[in-house]
Design a protein around this ligand. Structure first.
Ligand code: DOR
Ligand code: ZN
Length: 447
C-alpha cells in the first residue's frame, strides 16, 4: 500500500496549514504543518512507500462529485470513452461522476449499467456511477426496470432520461412513486417538448435579432413547477438538471419553502456564459438548455450561493468535430465541462465573494454526494474519513486549449480563455489519480 503525506495544505482554505497523513485510503493524522515527520510514523518503512505532496499552503477540498456527465460509452467512443472521461474527471478534481444514460445502447437495463460500472472500475481514476434511464430507450413511453438497475452491482441511485424530458405527467408520476420505494432520485431534464419544437436559442431579443428560432424559458419552468407538485404529492425526491432561468429559481424557492424534496444543479456554463455568445454564430455555444441572458446568469449565481440551487454539475457533453463544426441548426447541443468546472466556479463564485472555499466544498462535493446517497464521498476532511481529496491552487491562472484536454472531443466554449484555479492533485481513497495536470495511474501498484 502506498501512503501519502500532504504537507502544508489548508483544508477549506481556512486557518493555518496542516500536514495530513493518509494510509490505507483513510486520513489517519492531521497535524500543524511541520510539527512532525509524519512519513516515519505511517508504519513499516520496508513495506510502505510514502509519496509526499508539498502543498505550499494550497486549498484542500473534499473530492468533487459530478451528478451529470456524458461519457458516451457505449456507442460514441469516437468522442469520449469511460477511460478518457475518467481522466478528464480526475484532472478536474473529481472523485465520483454520474454517467448519463443517453448512450447507444441506452443504459435502461441492468446489463448496460453493469457494463458502464465495470469499465469505470477498470479505468480506476474516479468512481463512475451509471445513471439509469427512466423510460425504455429514453422514449418516454414505458418505465424502464428501475428496480433491477437499483439492485444490480452498479447499485443505480440516480435515474434520468437526460437529453430528453420525461414529458408525460403520468409516467413522471409513476417514476417518482417507484423512486420513493427504491430510495432513489429521479433527475429531470426539464423541457416541455411542445414548446421547443425547432428551438435553437434562448427566446428573446438577441435570438430574434439574429434569426434563431426561440426556446422559451417557460419550456423549462412549466415542467419544473409541474414536477415539484408531483414530487410533493408523491413525497418523492426529485432532482432538477441544469437549471437555466430566473423563473426556475423562483419556482424552486417556492417548492422548497413548501417542503418539497427537490434538489437542483446548475452548470458552470450557465453561471458564466450568456446569449451574447449567439452573435458568434459558433455552435460551440449551442447547448441544451440554451445560454440565457445576463440577468438569468446573475440570478443563478445568487441562487447557488443561497442554496436554492444545491450544487454544480458539469453536463460534460463531448461531441465530434463534424457535429459541432457545422451550421448552427445541424449542430448537436453540449460542451465539455469536467476540466474547466473548478475554474469557472472560481471565476464566477469565489472571486466575486459569493462563495468561500467551504461553500465550494458544499456545492461541488458535499451536496451532490448527499443527493446521490454516496456514503464515502463529500465527507469532512477529518481523521478517520476516506481520503477522497482535491488540492486546489486558487491563484494560478491557465489558458484553456481544447486539444490539450484529456477528452477525445475538443468542444470547449472556453478556448483561449485565461481562467483562475488549478487542480494540482486529486486523490481517490488515498491513491493519487492526478497530479500537476498529469494522470497518475497507480492501480497496478496497489491492487
Ligand atoms: O447540451 C446538452 N447535451 N444537453 C443535454 O441535455 C444532452 C447533452 C448531450 O447528451 O449531448
Ligand atoms: Zn439535459
Amino acid at each position: 500500500m502506498n501512503d501519502v503525506v500532504i504537507r502544508g495544505a489548508r483544508p477549506y482554505g481556512e486557518g493555518e496549514p496542516v500536514d495530513l497523513v493518509i494510509a490505507d485510503g483513510v486520513i489517519v493524522r492531521i497535524d500543524p504543518a511541520g510539527s512532525a515527520a509524519p512519513e516515519r510514523e505511517t508504519g513499516n518503512a520496508d513495506s510502505t512507500e510514502t509519496t509526499v505532496i508539498d502543498a505550499g499552503g494550497q486549498v484542500l477540498l473534499p473530492g468533487f462529485v459530478d451528478l451529470h456527465t456524458h461519457l458516451r460509452e457505449p456507442g460514441r467512443e469516437d468522442t469520449e470513452t469511460i477511460a478518457t472521461g475518467s481522466a478528464a474527471a480526475a484532472l478536474g478534481g473529481f472523485t465520483a461522476v454520474f454517467a448519463m444514460a443517453n448512450t447507444d445502447p441506452v443504459a435502461d437495463n441492468a446489463v448496460v449499467v453493469e457494463h458502464v460500472w465495470r469499465l469505470g472500475q477498470a479505468a480506476g481514476l474516479v468512481d463512475v456511477h451509471p445513471v439509469g434511464a427512466v423510460t425504455v430507450g429514453l422514449a418516454g413511453k414505458r418505465l424502464a426496470e428501475l428496480g433491477t438497475m437499483a439492485t444490480s452491482v452498479a447499485g443505480v441511485r440516480v435515474f434520468s432520461d437526460d437529453g430528453h424530458c420525461v414529458a408525460d405527467p403520468l409516467i413522471m408520476r409513476r417514476a417518482l412513486e417507484y423512486s420513493t420505494a427504491l430510495d432513489v432520485v429521479v433527475a429531470q431534464h426539464a423541457e416541455e417538448p411542445r414548446l421547443t419544437v425547432g428551438a435553437q436559442a434562448h427566446e428573446g431579443e438577441r435570438a430574434a435579432r439574429l434569426g434563431y428560432p426561440g426556446w422559451p424559458a417557460s419550456a423549462e419552468e412549466s415542467i419544473v413547477a409541474r414536477d415539484c407538485l408531483l414530487a410533493l404529492h408523491a413525497e418523492a425526491r426529485l432532482h432538477i438538471c441544469h437549471v437555466s432561468t430566473t423563473g426556475t429559481a423562483d419556482v424552486l424557492g417556492w417548492a422548497k419553502a413548501r417542503g418539497t424534496r427537490v434538489s437542483a444543479e446548475v452548470t458552470p456554463h450557465h453561471l458564466l456564459l450568456t446569449d451574447e455568445r449567439l452573435a458568434t454564430y459558433d455552435p460551440v455555444n449551442k447547448v441544451n438548455p440554451p445560454l440565457r441572458t445576463g440577468s438569468d446568469a446573475e440570478r443563478l449565481r445568487a441562487a447557488l450561493a443561497e442554496g436554492i440551487i444545491d450544487c454544480v454539475a458539469t453536463d460534460h457533453a463531448p461531441h465530434a468535430v463534424q457535429d459541432k463544426d457545422c451550421e448552427w441548426a445541424a449542430a448537436k447541443p453540449g460542451m465539455l465541462g469536467l476540466q474547466t468546472a473548478l475554474s469557472i466556479v472560481t471565476e464566477t463564485m469565489v472571486r466575486p465573494g459569493l462563495l468561500d472555499w467551504r461553500g465550494v466544498a458544499r456545492v461541488m462535493s458535499e451536496r451532490p454526494a448527499e443527493i446521490a446517497g454516496l456514503p464515502d464521498q463529500g465527507r469532512p476532511i477529518a481523521v478517520g474519513e476516506p481520503a477522497n481529496l482535491t488540492l486546489v491552487d486558487p491563484d494560478t491562472e491557465w489558458t484553456v486549449h481544447g486539444a490539450e484536454l484529456a477528452s477525445i472531443a475538443e468542444n470547449t466554449p472556453y478556448e483561449g480563455m485565461r481562467l483562475p484555479g488549478v487542480v494540482s492533485a486529486t486523490l481517490l481513497r488515498g491513491r493519487i489519480t492526478s497530479r500537476e495536470g498529469k494522470i497518475v495511474n497507480m492501480l497496478d501498484g496497489t491492487s
